[in-house]
Ligand binder design. Structure first.
Ligand code: 5GP
Length: 193
């Protein structure tokens, strides 16, 4: 088991409805040392890529993307969830259905922060059905960026997102892939990588 898998086993809580709670160390209370280690690990995994920007989605993606961007020495841009109606023009817009809240958000990135010269690394905390990543991919593509890869802290391998994104031909690196989890026993099984 790697450092993140060990922490998930220690402090992660399996909830009904295929939700893994990691709010004591990753997305409510945050373990800064762990996040720094995540940053170093993504830098190592994408060392062969020339990345100019890290792209993520608010809110919990920011905590993961920040140490990655700091390690790579590049800016980080996050897609904002927006309720505004008149945002076309200066913004790239994508529709993202939230896995945890079961509602659709428009997410936006100002056009001035992404350009065809950018080589982006897309980062998020969780991958379930892949809606968040697909929204970020469509924004990066609309901006003409080169997508160098996608990095996820926790992929739930029993949901379709990982397969969909890999089938699209993208390089997807997940630090922990949960193969199965049981809300009654709390057991979590990881995919061997
Ligand atoms: P997807 O768009 O891939 O269906 O879901 C990914 C998004 O939903 C992530 O940005 C993450 O915030 C949230 N998410 C999905 N599954 C889980 C989960 O099991 N636990 C937590 N904490 N967040 C999740």
């Amino acid at each position: 088991m790697n450092f993140l898998e060990e922490r998930i086993v220690k402090d992660g809580i399996v909830k009904p409805g295929n939700v893994l709670k990691v709010d004591s160390f990753l997305n409510h209370q945050m373990d800064i040392e762990l996040l720094d280690e995540i940053g170093r690990e993504f830098k190592r995994r994408f060392a062969d890529k020339k990345i100019t920007k890290v792209l993520t989605i608010e809110a919990s993606g920011i905590a993961i993307a920040y140490p990655v961007a700091r390690e790579l020495g590049v800016p980080m841009v996050f897609a904002k969830k927006s309720k505004s109606i008149n945002i076309e023009g200066e913004m790239y817009v994508a529709e993202v259905e939230s896995f945890t809240h079961k509602k659709t958000n428009q997410v936006i990135v100002a056009k001035k922060f992404l350009s065809p010269e950018d080589h982006v690394l897309i980062i998020d905390d969780f991958l379930a059905n892949g809606c968040a990543l697909q929204g970020l991919i469509s924004i990066a593509e609309a901006a003409g960026c080169t997508i160098e890869g996608l990095g996820i802290a926790v992929e739930k391998g029993f949901q379709i997102g990982g397969r969909v994104i890999r089938n699209l031909g993208y390089r997807l690196e997940s630090l922990a892939i949960v193969e199965s989890m049981n809300a009654e026993t709390g057991e979590i099984v990881f995919r061997q990588q």
